[in-house]
Design a protein around this ligand. Structure first.
Ligand code: ADP
Length: 306
């Protein structure tokens, strides 16, 4: 039985360096392919486990070599994978990532097994939630399974943290069902039907999201920290100042950290401060899962800033 259950995507990231991102129809010669464990579900589960919580992941991979490799990696991080199904007829999710020398990238996600859920999976989700205290869900899996998990969790008195990423139109009902909604700026704007490029007042966006969903909202603001919105009360939680190496997985580190802090019964402003520390540490190192901090590093950053 795990304290935190994460429901979400599990992907193998295949990364290749290219001189420039290919144009339509163009073939570009790249460098060697590198493999990295990824998917928001897997990253968030590893983030919480590194902070010392007992964590189980609910998800799906294919019965293939990538699936085996990802599960072995999760097991090595002490994430329980008995609730990850291996589908015989569908491939493991893959993200194909080209990174150009000028820093631009192009990403294609082939979700594979992440998006193929059936009725058996529903009972699987129910069993996995029994006895847990916090559910973390993201949108790399179908809406129906997220809705089911949230509803079972709420019936069992489990706290629900929804990271609405990547945003999908039509999933507004999921926001209304969660206790805590944790979007980044792009997802928050999109969830309100707005163009993120045109938003200037993020406090107004946070308030609007809290009002329209009835949930408490934690809006992550990258290098500016985070906003906590409860009803109409807005608390700005300042960032930790760090040297930025690579911002990949900052959001996943933040969400995993927030889940652990909520589990520990920290009040929300304090929990968001803890999550800010996790996100800040994740940007100081390259990669997704390699950059997720452990508890000691987070405690040190928190203590150093007092
Ligand atoms: P995402 O990775 O989902 O786009 P954000 O960019 O908002 O999410 O980052 C998530 C959290 O990580 C932020 O709320 C903040 O706590 C932390 N963070 C991100 N970038 C920085 C930074 N440059 N300096 C300090 N903290 C950061």
């Amino acid at each position: 039985m795990s304290e935190i259950v994460v429901l979400g995507g599990i992907n193998m990231d295949l990364v290749v360096r290219v001189p420039h991102v290919p144009r339509p129809g163009e073939t570009v010669q790249g460098g060697g392919v590198q493999r990295f464990s990824g998917g928001k579900g897997a990253n968030q589960a590893v983030a919480a486990a590194r902070l010392g919580a007992s964590v189980a992941l609910i998800g799906q991979v294919g019965a293939d070599a990538f699936g085996e490799e990802l599960l072995a990696g999760l097991d090595g991080e002490a994430v329980a994978v008995s609730c990850v199904r291996r589908l015989p007829d569908h491939p493991t999710g893959v993200a194909l990532i080209s990174v150009a020398d000028d820093g631009q990238n192009a990403i294609v996600v082939a979700p594979g097994a992440n998006m193929i859920w059936d009725d058996v999976a529903t009972s699987w989700v129910e069993a996995a939630l029994s006895g847990c205290r916090v559910l973390v869900a993201n949108l790399e899996v179908p809406s129906a399974i997220v809705a089911r998990a949230i509803s079972v969790a709420r019936q069992q008195g489990v706290q629900v943290i929804l990271n609405p990423a990547p945003w999908r139109r039509g999933d507004e009902h999921l926001l209304r069902a969660a206790d805590l909604v944790v979007p980044n700026q792009v997802e928050a704007a999109q969830a309100l039907g707005l163009d993120p490029e045109r938003v200037t007042d993020w406090t107004a966006i946070g308030k609007q999201l809290a009002e329209s969903t009835g949930a408490r909202v934690v809006l992550t603001l990258g290098a500016d920290g985070a906003l906590l919105v409860r009803h109409t009360e807005v608390t700005r939680v300042p960032p930790f100042s760090v040297a930025v190496e690579d911002t990949t997985a900052a959001g996943d580190a933040f969400v995993g950290g927030l889940a652990v802090a909520v589990l520990q019964g920290r009040g929300l402003p304090e929990a968001v401060r803890f999550a800010n520390a996790c996100g800040a540490l994740a940007v100081t190192q390259a990669g997704a899962q390699p950059s997720l901090p452990d508890r000691l590093a987070v405690e040190r950053l928190l203590a150093g800033s007092d």
